[in-house]
Design a binder for this molecule. Structure first.
Ligand code: NOJ
Ligand code: CA
Length: 546
């Protein structure tokens, strides 16, 4: 096992999707003021850090992942002065602050892109501008597809095309240009100087493209997500990207206390992922196979084993995620039939909506999965609302949808709005305490059946999901954090059980109860009252020989 020396090796990080966390000024959109107000909630929950999704000025072509100024705060969210106060107050509450950096692309409203469109000398060199193919340049320069659907190129007025692996409002930056590299190192230092503890790196595997931008040969109808996962594709996971992160690590290493990075890198294997975690590169990287695992003990076990083994090869902590702002919420993912293989998140969305969800089963499983996640060695990310047991809102009216995926997929993929609906805090009707104003329409509408899901409703109920998370986070610190390597305990196929020292975690993904070891004491159970037997769809933490 990697010896635990630093907070980030075992941290529980809470993901704040700022637009939907809490609204401090009554306009129906989350903001910095709302987040500051709710810091005591996060401290009471027991998280070690927060990761805030992009809060920079943005035209919101992709919910803030289209940044027009990397050194400012989006006015709808607040000001730089408020951001300073937030960082200081979080630190006072014992919570570290991670930001989201978006280096693969800027917004098309960024000053650099405006200059590129105006064709100022050399300005196009900061992006990927190319002449088109075909007799009149009417065809895009290569066959790459956007992750959101459609082609990855848009033509500008003078006939050239620019590359965007995501929305047209997100032109890809050219990382072969030293000016781009210098600029982002400076942006990192700007925020580190303000006390920020680290960054989640958006599309960390995308920055560097293969020389000459050759065709990928994947054809028009290939699912863009699959292309993103494909190492042999010239748009993704190119070896040259590691040089960028060696430079970033040098910037971080100039600071004390430690500043850290977490990579969002959708690469096809854990071996490829480990390359981002070499000692002179990034500290951690999300291991998405856990999030993609169906509710099956055997698959969970395989995924856990592989993630731990691969992280160990580079001395990094494994990093567990059950959901985030890009995928269907955990309760809903577990509320329908479970495939035998890892889930391709976008594809499942279309299939799932045709099956009636069983939310009770989904919630039971999500609660159990949380206990598994929080018992594993390494670090864990909790996406806001997981601690309230929220489901995906699948019935948003089409006219309120904001995710560019909806339009770019030709209205075939509803996209990710359903996991981004503003949080319910209190009260029996929308906006459920999300906003200062009771009459406001939140930026995405909240469902009428959320009164029992609010933080307030769950606060006093000892068996609520909120209190399960609170109990789990405090017990985690006591029994798991220093407990050592994971060892599997032999059980039946539908059960996975492991021990780390004297602590054990058991999970039952089957349909019949199973006996628990007689010489162990229950510390925490996802089904209240669990004693000698572990019910279906549940998990338990035990201390052996107590
Ligand atoms: C990954 C982010 O998590 C997602 O929300 C965004 O759309 C893409 N990167 C593009 O920035
Ligand atoms: Ca607001």
């Amino acid at each position: 096992m990697v010896p635990v020396e630093s907070w980030w090796q075992t941290a529980v990080v809470y993901q704040v999707y700022i637009r939907s966390f809490a609204d401090g000024n009554g306009d129906g959109i989350g903001d910095v003021a709302g987040l500051r107000d709710r810091l005591p909630y996060l401290a009471r929950l027991g998280v070690d850090a927060i990761w805030i999704n992009p809060w920079y000025p943005s035209p919101m072509a992709d919910a803030g992942y289209d940044v027009s100024d990397y050194r400012e705060i989006e006015p709808v969210y607040g000001t730089l002065a408020e951001a300073h106060r937030l960082i200081a107050e979080a630190h006072e509450a014992g919570i570290r602050v991670l930001l989201d950096i978006v280096p693969n692309h800027s917004s098309d409203h960024h000053a650099w892109f405006t200059a590129a469109l105006a064709d100022e000398p050399d300005a196009r060199q900061r992006y990927h501008f190319r002449p088109g193919r075909g007799a009149d340049g009417e065809l895009p320069p290569n066959d790459w597809r956007s992750v959101f659907g459609g082609q990855a190129w848009t033509r500008v007025a003078d006939g050239d095309w620019y590359l965007h692996l995501f929305a047209p409002g997100q032109p890809d930056l050219n990382w072969e240009n030293p000016e781009v590299r210098a600029e982002f190192e400076d942006v990192l230092a700007f925020w580190f100087d303000k006390g920020v503890d680290g960054f989640r790196i958006d599309v960390a595997h995308g920055l560097v493209k293969a020389d000459g931008l050759p065709d990928g040969g994947t054809g028009d109808d290939t699912a863009p997500t699959l292309v993103q996962h494909n190492a042999s594709h010239p748009a993704w996971d190119q070896d040259g990207v590691h040089d960028v992160y060696r430079g970033w690590r040098e910037v971080a290493n100039r600071y004390a206390p430690e500043r850290i990075f977490i990579a969002e890198a959708w690469v096809p294997s854990n071996e490829r992922l480990a390359r981002y975690l070499r000692p002179d590169e990034l500290h951690t990287a999300f291991q998405f196979d856990f999030l993609r695992a169906p509710w099956r003990a055997d698959v969970l076990q395989e995924v856990v084993d592989e993630a731990i083994a691969v992280a160990a090869t580079v001395g990094a902590p494994p990093t567990w995620v059950l959901s985030n702002h890009d995928v269907t919420r955990t309760v809903t993912r577990y509320s329908r039939s479970q495939p035998e293989h890892l889930i391709e998140t976008d594809w499942e969305r279309a299939r799932w909506s045709k099956e009636t969800p069983d939310y009770e089963a989904g919630l039971r499983r999500a609660r159990a999965a949380a206990l598994v996640q929080l018992a594993l060695p390494g670090t864990a990310y909790v996406y806001q609302g997981e601690e309230l047991g929220l489901e995906e809102v699948e019935d948003l009216p089409d006219e309120v949808r904001q995710d560019p995926m909806w339009e770019q997929s030709g209205f075939t993929d509803v996209g990710r709005d359903g996991c981004r609906v503003p949080l319910p805090w209190a009260d029996d009707v929308a906006p459920y305490g999300f906003s200062l104003s009771k009459d406001v329409q939140t930026w995405l509408p909240q469902p009428p059946h959320w009164p029992s899901k609010t933080a307030e409703a769950q606060d006093g109920d000892p068996h609520s999901t909120l209190n399960l998370y609170r109990d789990a986070l405090s017990a985690r610190a006591a029994i798991w954090v220093d407990s050592g390597d994971l060892e599997w305990i032999a059980t039946t196929p539908e059960v996975a059980a492991f021990r780390r020292g004297r602590a054990q975690c058991w999970v039952n993904t089957g349909e019949i109860p199973v006996d628990l070891p007689a010489d162990a004491e229950v510390v925490l159970a996802s089904v209240p009252g669990t004693g000698t037997q572990l019910p279906p769809d549940s998990a338990v933490w035990l201390i052996a020989g107590a």
